[in-house]
Write a protein that binds this ligand. Structure first.
Ligand code: ATP
Ligand code: MG
Length: 478
């Protein structure tokens, strides 16, 4: 098999081979690098295994790199003595070194007892056959593939399979179950039956894995081309139940007098897939996952009406920081963005022909601000129904909203707009400190302008401020 190394990769691999020869040890490229090369996927890390010390090899590579490219900076070698691993970051590529090892595990921890081993030992401890391929780097055999577990065949057929008994592989390191799902989703591969069946009984073992690692894999699933593939596997193997009960609760349909509603789990996945066709943004994808998360908590059956989920967007937005905290997702502006998307997701679509008023449109533009395009992408993805007529009607309506947004924005410039009277001015005028009253007056001015009750100018806003102040019993500061 011919592997398509870039010129840069070939240079670096030869450099590694030469460095290994200097130290009289053997080195191989392995793991994700080999897999991705064969699949013609982009890869930015090169995984190297040597039968010897990975740290010594990395240092040697850095020395030789410097000799070979004297004008380049001396490469930084980061090494982790405890793990026997080292990394060299070179502009565009990261080299990852590890000494071949043999691992044995204790049940209560995913930290193995590690001993030096052979290449074969090292391949045995890898998670999947497609990740256990190695290639020779020595001059004589450069690029030859070592395939101890039929990984090539599995790569060709799109199969995820553990090299050893799956129960042992997963019990040793339960993160591998999530990795199986992640690769299935990322590569659109199938998890082989025995491997698949081993997951559910061991799903509870995920509890020894840190949330950060779990979330890392989860985010990779979310970023795959069709994330529903991964989520269905997570659900069916009960892995999802271990760390995301709110999402599990979306599953199922309640019936009253034969009236059902959409299954919110599959609806959410459809929205996520739809959206993923139009954005690679992780946080917008998270908004799709959370947009209906509070539906089960807010659902009611109303006689004569059927199922309602009043306020699910408000409750969902309230839950967002809690869910982000537990999943160890960032609590910064990314969370705020998701929260805002969840809170606003019904707004554009709830406008029907009759109530697409300028004032409603101005409010959406104001409330969504810079995230308006994202919100509209989410709304568009949220239109799912088996009834094509319905889908068409909603899509047309959303187009109308979009059109109206363009008109209103061109005329009124609401985006990034600030009301002409600030909190500062209100406080100075009435000689008051930051307080509830300041908020009430500010809100009244904003509402009046967005609703078109007063024009968007200073004088009109100033007068309204005085009027509201008077109503609140405030006196002017002379
Ligand atoms: P990606 O880089 O896309 O996340 P990868 O397969 O390269 O995927 P890495 O975490 O970079 O994953 O690991 C490199 C290699 O190390 C893997 O291909 C696999 O051979 C091995 N590996 C990583 N994690 C595990 C694990 N938990 N158990 C066994 N082997 C693993
Ligand atoms: Mg990798």
């Amino acid at each position: 098999m011919q592997l398509n190394f870039t010129t840069r990769e070939t240079e670096l691999l030869h450099l590694v081979a030469q460095s290994a020869a200097d130290l009289q040890i053997e080195a191989f490229a392995v793991g994700g690098f080999v897999r991705d090369k064969i699949l013609n996927r982009d890869c930015k890390d090169i995984d190297i295994v040597c039968v010897g010390s990975g740290i010594d090899l990395a240092k040697r590579v850095a020395d030789n790199y410097r000799q070979r490219y004297p004008n380049d900076e001396y490469p930084h070698v980061a090494y982790f003595k405890n793990f026997g691993t080292a990394q060299i970051r070179l502009h565009d590529i990261e080299l990852e070194f590890v000494g071949a090892r043999k691992e044995s595990y204790r049940r209560e921890s995913r930290k193995p007892i590690v001993e030096d081993g052979t290449l074969e030992d090292d391949q045995n401890r890898r998670d999947f056959t497609i990740n256990a391929l190695a290639i020779y780097l020595s001059k004589e055999r450069f690029g030859e593939i070592i395939d101890s577990f039929n990984g090539l065949e599995d790569l060709k057929n799109g199969i995820i399979r553990t090299p050893l008994e799956p129960e042992i592989t997963f019990d040793d390191d339960p993160l591998r179950m999530l990795r199986a799902v992640r690769f299935a989703s990322q590569l659109n591969f199938r998890i082989e039956d025995k491997t698949y069946q081993a997951i559910e009984p061991l799903a509870g073992r995920l509890k020894i894995i840190s949330q950060e690692r779990i979330t890392d894999e989860l985010n990779k699933i979310i970023l795959s081309a069709k994330p529903s593939v991964g989520f269905k596997l997570l659900f069916n193997t009960k892995l999802l139940h271990q760390f995301f009960p709110e999402m599990v609760k979306l599953h199922g349909v309640s019936l009253v007098d034969n009236y059902g509603h959409k299954d919110n789990f599959y609806h959410t996945l459809k929205v996520l897939d739809n959206l993923s066709e139009n954005t690679g943004d992780l946080w917008l994808r998270w908004s799709a996952i959370l947009h209906d998360i509070a539906k089960p908590a807010t659902q009611r059956f109303e006689e004569g009406h059927g199922w309602t989920f009043h306020g699910h967007e408000v409750v969902g937005a309230r839950w967002t920081p809690k869910i982000f905290t537990r999943l160890k997702l960032p609590l910064d502006e990314k969370m705020k963005f998701v929260q805002k998307m969840v809170a606003l997701h019904l707004r554009p679509i709830s406008l029907t022909k009759e109530n697409i008023t300028d004032s409603a449109i101005r409010r959406i533009i104001f409330d969504a601000g810079d995230d308006l395009e994202s919100l509209l992408l989410l709304c568009d993805a949220d239109i799912t129904s088996k009834n094509e007529e319905k889908v068409k009607r909603y899509k047309e309506n959303l187009k109308l909203v979009l059109q109206k947004i363009k008109e209103v924005e061109a005329r009124d410039h609401i985006r990034n707009w600030q009301p002409p009277i600030s909190g500062e001015i209100i406080m100075q005028t009435f000689n008051i400190k930051p307080s509830r009253e300041v908020g009430i007056i500010k809100e009244a001015i904003k509402d009046a302008i967005l609703d078109g009750v007063i024009p968007n100018d200073y004088d009109a806003a100033y007068n309204l401020m005085l009027e509201k102040g008077n109503e609140l019993g405030l006196t002017m500061n002379n």
